[in-house]
Write a protein that binds this ligand. Structure first.
Ligand code: FAD
Length: 291
């Protein structure tokens, strides 16, 4: 099923994300975790793409298998950094063969050890979106950044980039993680004012380990509110307590979003079936009301 059709239904969606392994030897473990999440029957699942295309085969295999075995629609991520038109064509034909209908089209980041020109055929995700649309019947989504992409000169420049992505054929946008919902609501105001009308799906990251906070901030540059810092300070050293607090904090963000009329939520469940289940269980009665 195409994600665009799913988002158009007058229904709430709760989706989960998994990431593929870098090494073949780790595939079985990741597959077990991903299948554990698929058994929860989320609205859909997305499978990320390793930096510079390093996990292409695993991304496609995992996304294809989740769909076939569990009847859960999947999105395969695809990046164009370090890629050529030929390599993207090849990835698209493998996706078609695997029955994948949905792609999250991303620019990606230049891998640290890469020497050379990483942007030969594609400079931005918008170019990848256009290329995918010209080369198959895929539903294509993209990324957006409530706290502004680090490469953007300003909030306005970032929104201009988004407009180009949508004009190129991007049918929905999923946000970078954020820990303060007001940042998302402010972003929505700017995006809608700029005339961008596609669905915007907030991406919620449950932080269940102390080390994740540093990584999340380093990777995304997102703000960590005082309230959340206090949680990490108090419970970060105790694994089970931090996990519980992280699930509750993410649930709280989701409930606030839903209470304010946001119908589609994506959870960065990071190959953790227990975390996905914890959030789903916490929302069980709420989902009956908003569905
Ligand atoms: P772009 O949309 O190309 O934006 C990059 C910069 O260029 C921005 O500053 C933007 O404003 C500007 N820009 C955009 N279009 C134009 C244009 N046409 N002209 C001029 N400027 C423009 N990385 C991975 O490696 N694998 C993944 O699976 C992955 N999944 C992600 C999922 C989500 C939901 C998010 C939010 C990020 C994900 N990333 C992933 C990270 C992403 O690859 C990086 O954030 C990367 O730096 C930017 O990718 P992008 O697709 O947003 O780039």
């Amino acid at each position: 099923m195409k994600i665009r059709e799913l988002l158009e239904l007058d229904k709430t969606t709760l989706s989960f994300e998994v990431f593929p392994p870098k090494k073949d030897m780790d595939f079985a473990n990741v597959e077990k975790a991903a299948f554990g999440i698929a058994q929860l029957h989320p609205s859909y699942m997305s499978v990320t793409y390793g930096a510079g295309g390093s996990t292409k085969g695993h991304t496609i295999r995992l996304a294809g298998d989740i769909q076939k075995k569990f009847n859960v629609p999947t999105i395969a991520h695809l990046t164009c950094v370090c890629a050529t038109k030929e390599s993207i064509e090849q990835a698209l034909s493998q996706m078609k063969e695997a029955g994948i209908e949905n792609i999250l089209a991303l620019r990606g980041d230049v891998p640290k050890d890469f020497n050379g020109n990483a942007f030969t055929d594609f400079s931005h995700a918008s170019e990848l979106v256009k290329f995918i649309k010209e080369n198959g019947d895929f539903c294509v989504g993209g990324a957006c950044y409530p706290e502004v992409h680090p490469d953007s000169a300003s909030k306005q420049a970032d929104i201009e980039g988004l407009k180009k992505k949508v004009k190129a054929g991007c049918e929905y946008l999923t946000t970078q993680m954020f820990f303060d919902n007001n940042i998302f609501f402010n972003f929505m105001y700017r995006v809608r004012e700029a005339g961008i009308a596609v669905p915007i799906i907030p991406g919620i990251m449950p932080i269940t380990r102390q080390v994740q906070v540093k990584n999340a901030v380093k990777l995304s540059g997102c703000n960590v509110p005082e309230r959340f810092k206090n949680i990490v300070d108090r419970f970060g050293d105790t694994e089970a307590a931090m996990k519980q607090a992280g699930i509750v904090y993410a649930t709280d963000q989701i409930i606030d979003l839903m209470a304010n009329g946001v119908n589609h939520i994506h959870v960065y469940s990071m190959n953790k079936p227990q975390v996905a289940k914890g959030i789903q269980d916490n929302l069980s009665e709420i989902l009956k009301v908003v569905d």
